[in-house]
Design a protein around this ligand. Structure first.
Ligand code: ADP
Length: 635
């Protein structure tokens, strides 16, 4: 056995040092959270051992009583957090402690601005964890041994948090992990028993594994060889206690424990279900979206327990993907302890829990939207885009989800998404049957689109949609409360009762009157460019616009798909012209065929630009426009 063997010095990933520095600066005013984070990790490790020991009892070695200990040494200026949990192998240490394991870390670091106030906000999206040790310590030593491996397989990791760490194999008798913090000079407050105890009871009282500290010796009593320990926490699972006995602070602390978030949650729901499928669910909505919300591998935030025994993290079967921001626990009394991910896939009890969880979260959000609209607005800002995935993923609940959606609209000034479909319906004009919307790739493009002109004239509200997910949403949400959702850029404009007979008659006559112009335009633009040309009733100020058929993919969606590198059909547009516009009148009077063609093509290209499209031949557009401008100058 070669103890001391193979000591390596390794560099942190570049991102780790940056995140570390930021964390130390940002969390300094909150520095005692290091203890919560390390106790949280220790408790996870103990729970993992308990789970693995269900199938392999030998892992308990001869030490079945799981516990966490917090010690301090005034002379050496150390605080030590040790657990007899699962521990780590050398490989596990280098994989988990030397990296901040997430594919999104680089993006996160790139998002940092160097402005301390702004960046401190960002760290909140990251989640804290083991590295918070460096807030109070200038050197951290971690000694660990994986349960089941022999004492010679201990691993010692050490770092000052400045770019590198060392890793060596050592001997360790007991399984589990000791984290030894060598405190910075001005952190002596953590070398006091009462201070540590009070932090533990503030942050970690709900941890279900005993957290022990050495009994304080009183006066002349002799020092014993074997120090005596006593538990500092209550040691019962918080979610099993009656709601009435849990304070808001305790709920918040438990949230921080399960989520590694250092902010309070926005809201929670705690339920106990009795009967044939008994379980407890405690679910939280965070205040802030994590930076990796859009990461495909983003972890799900629900932990699954069976009769108080932790079974697995990231139990993604307990909530659908569009509610992936929810954190918390589900503790089932009726699932088997040996439940695996495969079993979860096809389990009726799990399906029932999942659909009840969805209803709980939707109910919580509905209540918030109704009673605390400002809080709901905060929620929407953080998670609105994710909620918009809901109607596509969760068809059964789509009407409820739709009720929770918020949009910008022509009724408001700013870009804020604060109009619900119910608000919209409440403001519908007499005779209006549809919910009108426009999609574009930016808010200004939506708000200034020529397609809105007639709606503005008639004072009919239109929802303005410019999030990438909106097209996806609308392809799955075609009506709400029996009112169809209608794109203002699709199909023949049918305003139904919003138009009176007179207007309809005028339209018919206008279409007849300008038949020749329409035919000429079709000819010069050609079938490759347009499907059809017709007289428009959408426009009041613009000379022309493009629309697609009702059943065609919207031009915006086609562009989105193409920019994402996907195959997409190019729906051929219909050009609509505003015969009341002076430019169109001028066009109609043009006898020179060549000039007519130039003008027509410029009109078409402009209409394409106005809706955010790209010109196939921009150089020709510029040349034609310049010719026209020169002629203007010649006059
Ligand atoms: P997080 O807990 O959010 O994953 P941490 O940085 O706190 O992030 O920890 C990283 C990983 O290191 C943990 O997921 C776990 O695998 C491992 N780890 C940390 N502390 C312990 C411990 N006391 N015992 C066993 N493994 C641990």
């Amino acid at each position: 056995m070669t103890v001391e063997a193979h000591k390596e010095t390794l560099d942190f990933q570049a991102e780790v040092s940056q995140v570390l520095n930021l964390m130390i600066r940002s969390l300094y005013s909150n520095k005692e959270i290091f203890l919560r984070e390390l106790i949280s990790n220790a408790s996870d490790a103990a729970e993992k051992l308990r789970f693995e020991a269900l199938t392999d009892e030998a892992l308990f070695e001869d030490d079945p009583n799981l516990r966490i200990r917090v010690d301090f040494d005034k002379e050496r200026r150390t605080v030590t957090i040790s657990d007899n949990g699962i521990g780590m192998s050398r490989q596990e240490v280098s994989e988990t402690i030397g990296t901040i394991a997430s594919s999104g870390t680089r993006q996160f670091v790139e998002a940092l601005t160097g402005d301390q106030a702004k960046d401190s906000q960002l760290i909140g999206q990251f989640g804290v964890g083991f590295y918070s040790s460096f807030i109070v310590a200038d050197k951290v030593t971690l000694v660990t041994r994986r349960a089941g491996l022999g004492p010679e397989h201990g691993v010692r990791w050490e770092s000052t948090g400045e770019g590198s760490y060392t890793l060596e194999t050592v001997e360790k008798q007991g399984r589990g992990t000791d984290v030894i913090l060598h405190l910075r000079e001005d952190e002596s407050e953590f070398l006091e028993g009462y201070r540590l105890r009070s932090i533990i009871s503030k942050f970690s009282d709900h941890i279900a594994i005993p957290i022990e500290m050495r009994k304080e010796s009183h006066g002349e009593e002799e020092e014993k060889d074997e120090p005596e320990y006593e538990a500092v926490n209550k040691g019962s699972a918080l979610w099993m206690r009656p709601k009435s006995e849990i304070s808001d602070e305790e709920y918040a602390e438990f949230y921080k424990h399960v989520s590694h978030d250092f902010e309070e949650p926005l809201a929670h729901v705690h339920t106990r279900v009795e009967g044939t499928n008994e379980y407890t669910a405690l679910l939280y909505i965070p205040k802030r979206a994590p930076f990796d919300l859009w990461d495909r591998d983003q972890k799900h935030g629900i932990k699954l327990y069976v009769r108080r025994v932790f079974i697995m993290d990231e139990a993604d079967k307990l909530l659908p993907h569009y509610l992936r921001f929810v954190k918390g626990i589900v503790d089932s009394d009726d699932l088997p302890l040996n439940v695996s991910r495969e079993i979860l896939q096809h389990n009726r009890k799990i399906d029932t829990i999942r659909s009840a969880n969805v209803k709980r979260i939707l109910g919580l959000l509905e209540k918030m939207a109704k009673n605390e609209p400002e809080k709901y607005a905060e929620f929407w800002k953080q998670f609105g885009k994710v909620m918009k995935e809901g109607p596509a993923e969760d068809y059964a609940n789509r009407e409820r989800i739709a009720g929770l959606l918020r949009f910008a609209s022509t009724a408001g000034e700013g870009d804020e998404q604060n109009v619900s479909l119910d608000d919209y319906i409440g403001r519908m004009k007499e005779g209006q049957e549809k919910i009108y919307y426009i999609t574009a790739d930016s808010m200004p493009a939506a708000r200034h689109s020529p397609h809105l002109e007639v709606f503005r004239k008639k004072d009919v509200e239109v929802l303005l949609l410019a999030d990438r997910v909106d097209e996806w949403l609308l392809s799955h949400l075609t009506e709400y409360k029996e009112k169809p959702l209608q794109s203002v850029a699709k199909g023949e404009l049918d305003l139904g009762e919003l138009e009176d007979k007179e207007e309809k008659k005028e339209h018919e006559e206008a279409a007849k009157e300008h038949k020749d112009l329409v035919e000429r335009l079709k000819k010069v633009l050609g079938e490759d460019a347009v499907k059809d040309v017709r007289v428009s009733f959408r426009l009041t100020d613009s000379p022309a616009c493009l629309v697609v058929e009702d059943y065609d993919m919207s031009a915006n969606l086609a562009r989105l798909l193409k920019s994402a590198g996907q195959e997409a059909p190019s729906p051929k547009p219909i050009m609509e012209i505003n015969t009341g516009h002076p430019l169109v009148e001028r066009l109609e009077a043009e006898t020179d065929e060549e000039r007519f063609t130039d003008l027509a093509k410029v009109l078409f290209d402009q209409a394409l630009l106005a809706e955010g499209g790209q010109l196939e031949d921009p150089a020709s557009f510029v040349r034609r426009l310049n010719d026209l401008m020169l002629k203007l100058a010649e006059k």
